[in-house]
Design a protein around this ligand. Structure first.
Ligand code: SF4
Length: 83
């Protein structure tokens, strides 16, 4: 598999997975979901992080485009949280 370091799914060829994630995000309640500004800021920070590979955070194994959508989630890098 080709690694796409510092890419989000949005920028990779994983379009089908991104559609699944978007569908799951749209099913979250307003209480569970962060707002669009916060979501974009989180993804911006992930994109400059060395732990991001092919849309997946190497600290937790999550697709960041999914994890970042949850209001109460945090960056899992305990020693160096970016968001
Ligand atoms: S460690 Fe934090 S900032 Fe880095 S990719 Fe994971 S969630 Fe994003």
């Amino acid at each position: 598999m080709r690694e796409c370091k510092k890419c989000l799914l949005l920028e990779s060829a994983e379009g089908e997975m991104l559609n699944v994630i978007k569908e799951k995000i749209s099913s979250l309640s307003p209480e569970e979901r962060c707002n669009d500004d916060m979501y974009e800021k989180r993804l911006f920070l992930c994109k400059s992080c060395d732990n991001l590979i092919s849309g997946v955070c190497m600290k937790c194994g999550c697709y960041v485009e999914f994890r970042a959508a949850f209001l109460k989630q945090k960056c899992p890098d305990v020693g160096d949280r970016k968001w």
